[in-house]
Design a binder for this molecule. Structure first.
Ligand code: TXA
Ligand code: MG
Length: 308
């Protein structure tokens, strides 16, 4: 466990330069970071997570100038990045021929997912490391994402070099992913509400529909799954169930936000699922409104509840 001071960041940089993996705090969830230019480091990420190799990784960079080294830039990319970076927004751009990233990072596709995280430690580390960091969420593939260091330790402990201890993540759900290889398309709802993106581009986003081939494999059915089974839109807990509330829910074991605040609910989502998963057989979840951050929360809950 490394502290988020100069010494901790310097130790993290050494590990990364060595091709080792470091779990890092971001504003969304903890990421499992490795040098995106180094095939061995990226292979270790897939191995540590047990992740299907066709699933490409997000490349984290400290600023727009660095992003432009890897993705083919456009006016649309500039508009969105200028307004929403650093922040919970990932842009999928055509991959530059001279990007120099490991082909494993893009899973052999001719596009690359880029993001500038809004977390002081992540940004300090990116600047100190001086290179792009591939970082999927720091959890075993398919399981609940980590928003606190103990979540990372319980899922990946022993398989990674270090965890940079930045405390709890503020946003709590992964970044929103927008495809910009054609018309701007929502590939994954996330920590930046789609309303904010549509306001920035002045037009509705295209939606990735179910019939399409999988272009963001995070869209696979079962994902973010606890060991417990899940039942959604529950008004009360049945026998053998524990209730995860939202707003004024009666009889809830834990509540995502007693006041019905979607921002607070997103920040608590994965931590509450981790906690309840220690004992519950079935987690029943109260209805969550499907707007703003509620879209990302409902997306994660549907995948957590999907047949495994
Ligand atoms: O908030 C986040 O985005 C976190 C933190 C750590 O930054 N990262 C994260 O990464 O959620 P990950 O690897 O768990 O999710 C990456 C998603 C996957 O659904 C993947 O398929 C999609 O991004 N993706 C990556 N590269 C892509 C590409 N070239 N084209 C389409 N989708 C891509
Ligand atoms: Mg993930």
């Amino acid at each position: 466990m490394l502290s988020v001071d100069e010494a901790g960041i310097s130790d993290a940089v050494s590990a990364l330069a060595n091709g080792d993996l470091v779990a890092i705090p971001t504003e969304t969830v903890y990421g499992l970071a490795g040098d995106a230019r180094c095939g061995m480091a990226v292979a270790r990420i897939f191995e540590a997570k047990g992740r299907p190799s066709f699933n490409p990784l997000i490349v984290h960079v400290p600023d727009i100038a660095t992003a432009r080294l890897y993705g083919v830039w456009s006016d649309m990319a500039q508009t969105l990045a200028q307004i929403h970076w650093p922040g919970p927004l990932t842009l999928v751009l055509p991959l530059r021929a001279d990007a120099g990233l490991s082909t494993l990072v893009t899973a052999g596709q001719d596009s690359v997912a880029l993001r500038v995280p809004a977390h002081p430690t992540a940004l300090a580390l990116l600047r100190a490391f001086g290179g792009p960091l591939a970082a999927p969420s720091a959890n075993p593939s398919g399981q609940i994402s980590p928003t606190r260091p103990p979540h990372v330790a319980s899922g990946l402990g022993g398989r990674i070099a270090a965890i940079l201890d930045g405390g709890a993540c503020g946003v709590g759900v992964e970044s929103t992913i927008i495809g910009l290889t054609g018309a701007p398309t929502l590939l994954r709802p996330g920590g930046l509400p789609t309303e904010a993106i549509e306001a920035a581009i002045g037009a509705p986003l295209a939606r990735h529909t179910d019939g399409d081939p999988i272009t963001a494999p995070g869209q696979l059915g079962s994902h973010y799954a606890p060991n417990a089974t899940m039942r959604l839109n529950a008004d009360s807990a049945g026998p053998d169930e524990v209730l995860l509330g939202f707003g004024p829910t009666h009889g809830a074991a834990l509540n995502l936000s007693p006041t019905g605040d979607l921002t607070e609910a997103a920040a608590n989502l994965f931590d509450h699922l981790h906690q309840m998963d220690r004992t519950a057989r079935t987690i029943a979840v109260a209805p969550i409104p499907d707007h703003g951050l509620g879209r990302a929360i409902n997306d994660r809950l549907r995948r957590a509840a999907a047949p495994r």
